[in-house]
Write a protein of this length. Structure first.
Length: 120
């Protein structure tokens, strides 16, 4: 049985902690990065099953990380999350070929529904 690996790229520790707890409940081995540069490096090292990326990050933005990931792994499953998103940013996330989008704050059930669909 292969381990399920998740990567959280999020600058706020409280959000990383909450997401990590949710992902562990679903059986994921969880890794974290607190900025875009570190997040992309961790992605290259781990090749995670699912990557959760905040849009507003120190270093590379979430969109820049997403574009870099898509260049090396076009089929990578991603969840991009953002705080106080505007319609313009939501539209850009869709245009940037995001697999899933969550608007913060979100409920655990929303994340679990996405994880369940990705596992199918």
């Amino acid at each position: 049985m292969n381990a399920k690996v998740a990567l959280i790229i999020e600058d706020r520790q409280i959000h990383r902690r909450i997401l990590s707890r949710y992902l562990k409940q679903k059986g994921y081995e969880v890794f974290q990065a607190e900025d875009g540069d570190q997040g992309f490096k961790r992605f290259c090292e781990l090749s995670p099953n699912i990557t959760l990326i905040d849009i507003v990050l120190p270093g590379q933005s979430g969109f820049e990380v997403l574009n870099s990931i898509r260049l090396i792994d076009p089929s990578a499953k991603l969840v991009v999350m953002g705080t106080s998103m505007t319609d313009k940013r939501i539209r850009r996330a869709v245009e940037e070929n995001v697999d899933w989008f969550l608007l913060k704050p979100f409920q655990k059930a929303e994340l679990f529904a996405i994880l369940d669909r990705c596992e199918d």
